[in-house]
Design a protein around this ligand. Structure first.
Ligand SMILES: [Fe+2]
Length: 215
């Protein structure tokens, strides 16, 4: 491929709608029918999710807040960060895990952190486009997996659905906000496509790894 073809592919505006839609389809594909899971598998999914997302999401949002160049992306990440901390979403997630009798153990932290390490290696580059694509994708794919986690936790006797409820309605607005933020951040970068795709792919791989039923 010639130099000019490469820069043509890498350059130009990105389509956040398509990036997030493809990511959502890839995560939906990994959501195994709850009926086909054993109780042990359900518990392990919640333990790993709690260990992985509970320990990293706020950090990645904060990285976006300080790395994004556009006002729109800074606003989207900062507003989400404010809500995560003010309303203590990590604490809410731990309560959700506790009520599901699925609090993470050492091996769950080990597994989740090994997966998070792949993402963190890219997060440490502090690229606004990568970060807004990463957290925007996590926010968008949560529209699909949060109700699924709710069903799984109900099977385990969870009667505390606060984490599931809080990530329903409000997150539709947040997910939309990230479409706009990603496109605005990408517009300030000369070659935003590979970074946007890498951010979205990292989010999808991370979530899929946490939800693996077979290992
Ligand atoms: Fe949250």
């Amino acid at each position: 491929m010639s130099q000019s073809q490469t820069s043509e592919l890498d350059g130009g505006p990105i389509d956040a709608g398509t990036i997030f839609a493809v990511a959502r389809a890839n995560v939906r594909e990994a959501l195994v029918a709850p009926d086909s899971l054993s109780d042990d598998q359900c518990r392990r999914i919640i333990r790993r999710y709690t260990a992985g997302v509970g320990s990293n999401f706020v950090n990645w949002l904060a990285a976006g807040t300080v790395s994004c160049r556009s006002l729109e992306a800074r606003y989207a990440t900062a507003e989400n960060l404010l809500i995560e901390i003010r309303d203590d979403h990590p604490g809410m997630l731990r309560d959700f895990a506790k009520s599901s009798a699925a609090e993470p153990e050492t091996e769950d932290y080990r597994y989740a952190q090994a997966e998070a390490r792949h993402v963190q290696d890219r997060v440490s580059e502090m690229s606004g486009v990568f970060l807004i694509a990463l957290v925007g994708t996590l926010e968008n794919v949560s529209l699909d997996y949060i109700p699924w986690l709710g069903i799984i936790s109900e099977r385990l006797g969870n009667d505390n659905m606060r984490y599931v409820d809080i990530h329903g309605e409000a997150d539709i607005e947040h997910a939309r906000q990230f479409h706009w933020a990603l496109e605005m951040e990408a517009a300030l970068h000369p070659k935003p496509k590979p970074l946007s795709q890498a951010g979205a792919d990292s989010a999808v791989s991370f979530i899929r790894a946490l939800f693996r039923a077979d290992a």
